[in-house]
Design a protein around this ligand. Structure first.
Ligand SMILES: [Zn+2]
Length: 383
C-alpha cells in the first residue's frame, strides 16, 4: 500500500509499487473493508494516461496511534491520525524515575490521549498502538537494556503498558522516533537517506537509510556520541576516552569553560550562552571546540553513510548560532568532498512534540508491518 504520493488510482498504485494489477485488485477489498483506504465513488476529473480514474485515498481518521516520549522529568504524548497529524496532545510531570511509576503514568497518559482523540475521530476509530521513545537502546522484545538518563537497566517498557491499556505497544530509542518523524513528515519527507543528530546532555543519532530506520542487531545502532575522536581525550560517560560526547555535550562545554581560571563559577550552559552573547572569548572558544568535534563526527557519518540530509536537533540547538559555523567548517574539511557536497545540514528547533509524534509513527509502522515507505505521507507544507 504505497501511498506516499497522495491519492492515486489503482493503475498509478500498480505503476509506483511495481505490484501486479491483479494482485492489487485481490488485496484492495480487504484494505477497503478494514478501513485503511476508501475509493472515490465518482470518476475524478484528473486524468492519468488519458483516462479519467477513481482515486484511492487513505482513511486517515479511521485509525489513530499514540506516541509518548519518556523523559526523566516529563512525559510528552500525542495521538495522531494515519498521516501523523496530531489529534490530541498531553503531558505528565514525573516525580520519580522508578520504572513502575513511570510506566503507570505512561499507560494513564496513553488512555487519556485515546479518549480525547476519539472526540475528533469518532468513537469507532481503532487504536493501532502506542509507540514509546526511550533515552537508550531498546531491543526488539521491548526491553531497554540501559538508559543513563532514566537510570534504568533491563527494563521491559512495553509489557506493563500493554497490560494496563490493552493496546499494542512498541518502543525504540527516542532519537530513532525523531528520525522517523522527520522521514515521515518533517525535513526529510522527500528524502530516503538521512541522519538526525541530537545534541544536549548526550549526543546521539537516528539513521534512515534506504527509507528504513536502522536500529541494528541489539537496538543500539546510531550511538554517534561514542565515536572515538581523541584517544587522549576526557573520560566519557560510557567509560571510554575521547568520545564525541565527551568533547561536545553540554557537560563538555561546561568543563571547558570552567577550566579557565576566571570562569570556575559558571554553573550552566545557559550561563555560557549569556557569556557568548556578550562576546566572552572563553565561552565562544568552548562552543567552537564543541562544534569542531561535532563537525568531525558528522564527517565520519557522511563518509560512512553518504546521507542526503543531516538534521541537527536537541536542547543544545539553542546555542546553535555559536556552534554551527564550526560544525560546517569541520564537516567540510574532514568529509569526502563528493559525499558532503551532496548533503544538506539543517537545524531542527522543534520541541518534544515532534519526538512524541515520531513515536506514534513507529506504532503505525508496526501495525501495518510494513516499511516506512508504505505509509501514506501527504505532500504539502510542513506542520
Ligand atoms: Zn563514550
Amino acid at each position: 500500500m504505497v501511498l506516499r504520493a497522495g491519492p492515486m488510482s489503482r493503475s498509478d498504485l500498480a505503476s509506483i509499487t511495481g505490484v501486479n494489477p491483479s494482485t492489487i485488485a485481490r488485496c484492495l477489498p480487504d484494505l477497503l473493508n478494514d478501513g485503511w483506504l476508501q475509493e472515490d465513488t465518482k470518476v475524478s476529473a484528473r486524468r492519468t494516461r488519458g483516462r479519467p480514474t477513481k482515486q484511492l485515498r487513505p482513511r486517515l481518521r479511521h485509525h489513530l496511534a499514540i506516541g509518548i516520549k519518556i523523559g526523566p522529568e516529563l512525559l510528552t504524548g500525542a495521538a495522531v491520525d494515519l498521516a501523523a497529524q496530531p489529534l490530541a496532545r498531553g503531558r505528565r510531570v514525573l516525580t520519580d524515575r522508578d520504572p513502575d511509576h513511570v510506566l503507570e503514568a505512561v499507560a494513564s497518559l496513553a488512555t487519556e490521549l485515546a479518549t480525547i482523540a476519539r472526540e475528533t475521530t469518532g468513537p469507532d476509530a481503532a487504536v493501532l498502538g502506542v509507540g514509546l521513545g526511550v533515552g537508550g537502546p531498546v531491543e526488539s522484545n521491548g526491553v531497554c537494556r540501559t538508559s543513563h538518563i532514566m537510570g534504568w537497566t533491563d527494563v521491559d517498557v512495553t509489557t506493563p503498558v500493554a497490560r494496563r491499556t490493552g493496546f499494542a505497544v512498541v518502543a525504540n530509542n527516542d532519537v530513532n522516533t525523531l528520525a522517523a518523524a522527520h522521514h515521515w513528515y518533517g525535513f526529510g519527507r522527500s528524502v530516503d537517506d538521512l541522519a538526525v543528530v541530537t545534541i544536549g546532555c548526550g549526543i546521539g543519532s537516528g539513521l534512515v537509510i534506504g527509507a528504513e530506520l536502522q536500529v541494528g542487531h541489539g537496538g543500539s545502532a546510531g550511538e554517534f556520541g561514542h565515536i572515538p575522536l581523541d584517544p587522549d581525550g576526557p573520560t566519557c560517560a560510557c567509560g571510554s576516552r575521547g568520545c564525541l560526547e565527551s568533547l561536545a555535550s553540554e557537560a563538555a562545554i561546561l568543563r571547558m569553560v570552567r577550566a579557565d581560571p576566571g570562569h570556575g563559577h559558571v554553573e550552566s550552559v545557559d550561563e555560557v550562552i549569556s557569556l557568548a552573547e556578550r562576546g566572552d572569548a572563553v565561552a565562544l572558544a568552548a562552543f567552537r571546540s564543541a562544534g569542531e568535534a561535532l563537525g568531525r563526527g558528522i564527517a565520519t557519518l557522511s563518509n560512512l553513510l553518504n546521507p542526503e540530509l543531516v538534521i541537527l536537533a536537541g536542547e543544545l540547538t539553542r546555542a546553535v548560532s555559536f556552534i554551527e559555523p564550526a560544525v560546517r567548517e569541520a564537516a567540510a574539511r574532514y568529509a569526502f568532498a563528493r559525499s558532503w557536497s551532496d548533503c544538506r545540514l539543517v537545524i531542527d528547533r522543534s520541541g518534544n512534540d515532534m519526538w512524541a509524534r515520531g513515536a506514534a509513527c513507529l506504532a503505525i509502522r508496526s501495525a501495518v508491518q510494513s516499511p516506512a515507505s508504505m505509509v501514506y505521507v501527504p505532500r504539502g507544507p510542513l506542520s
